[in-house]
Design a binder for this molecule. Structure first.
Ligand SMILES: [Zn+2]
Length: 334
């Protein structure tokens, strides 16, 4: 028997029109014993039709999706729709307000906590609400990410590979419609496993994409434009906003993530000097980076080499690194 969520909202998801409200997440702290974490939410509905769930700010230091969804929330009107759009631009709101990947309330990394817990920490409760309440309404899910403070990403949309042929076809179409330069199928074997929002949606059979549209904890204007146009194209494609103006999708390269075993990690603390850019094709054995010793100026830097052929999907953004930090991830042909 599933435990009901303790999160509530004044927004009536079954009502036509445009509503702006909040998700209320109960919190109890030294200074706010009966407090409510309030997460902005906009719902637009016009009659019957499919529902798009659009989220950003799942990680607080990733900005393209936050701004794209706030702008879309202002621009969209119910008359544009045949169905429903639920927009949550700052899903892990405490992390967004702090400019951090994780929530300062409970150190919760929302994109590692699915399916969440009804009576867990605030971030676990939030994951559980998305999983149990919002996914139940959604016909398509877009969770807009970027690299955050520690990564720089080639512009990509990502979907978890599915065995069912109809689901595969829907995802293939969704990736092409979103139109990122790279469309990457993931296997669920990377850091997030099945605990991410888009993987949790995919496991319920909902067509779901996530994105990586820049990084470094700043705003990439081209990534922002792609977020805005990609979301508009998806709303049109699903017939939710059939006449919404949008630019045609650019070409996309279909790829698969090569996973953590082909990634490069710092073998010791040091200063990371990357020698290739994101989006560049590389060969196995190619020099990837130098890692400079902090302590010994006369020691030659460690030469790091790629473990496989591929395309650089992301690289570490900060120069200072410690043993175990991810330096490069690769994608390869499907
Ligand atoms: Zn993220």
């Amino acid at each position: 028997m599933s435990v009901p969520s303790r999160i509530w909202t004044h927004v009536d998801f079954e009502q036509d029109g445009k509503q702006s409200g909040c998700l209320h997440v109960p919190i109890s702290t030294d200074l706010s014993a009966y407090g409510m974490l309030q997460i902005p939410l906009v719902c637009l509905r016009n009659g019957k039709g499919p529902t798009a769930l659009l989220t950003a700010g799942n990680h607080g230091d990733e900005y393209e999706g936050q701004i794209a969804l706030m702008r879309l929330a202002r621009q969209l009107q119910p008359r544009d729709l045949q169905g429903r759009v639920i927009l949550i631009p700052s899903l892990n709101f405490p992390a967004v307000a702090a400019g951090r990947r994780v929530s300062p309330l409970d150190e919760g990394n929302l994109n590692r906590l699915f399916p969440g817990r009804a009576n867990g920490t605030p971030t676990e409760m939030l994951a559980h609400y998305v999983e149990s309440v919002l996914f139940a309404m959604a016909d398509v899910v877009l969770d807009i990410h970027s690299g955050g403070k520690s990564l720089d990403y080639a512009h990509s949309a990502l979907a978890q590979r599915r065995e069912d042929p109809a689901e595969r076809q829907a995802l293939d179409a969704l990736l092409r419609v979103f139109g990122a330069p790279h469309s990457v199928f993931t296997s669920g074997s990377a850091g997030g496993g099945a605990t991410t929002l888009y993987a949790a949606a995919a496991q319920r059979g909902i067509p779901a994409l996530t994105t990586e549209l820049g990084g470094g904890g700043t705003l990439d204007p081209a990534g922002l434009a792609l977020a805005e146009q990609g979301v508009r194209r998806v709303l049109r494609h699903y017939g939710i906003a059939p006449t919404l103006p949008c630019e045609p999708a650019g070409p996309t390269q279909m790829l698969q993530s090569l996973g953590p075993r082909q990634a490069l990690y710092a073998p010791e603390d040091g200063l990371f000097e990357p020698l290739v850019k994101t989006g560049e094709p590389v060969r196995q054995g190619q020099l990837a980076a130098y890692l400079h010793s902090l302590q010994d100026p006369l020691r030659e830097p460690l030469a790091m080499r790629f473990a496989a052929d591929g395309i650089v999907s992301c690289r570490r953004f900060p120069t200072l690194c410690v043993r175990g930090d991810a330096l490069f991830n690769l994608a390869g042909p499907l």
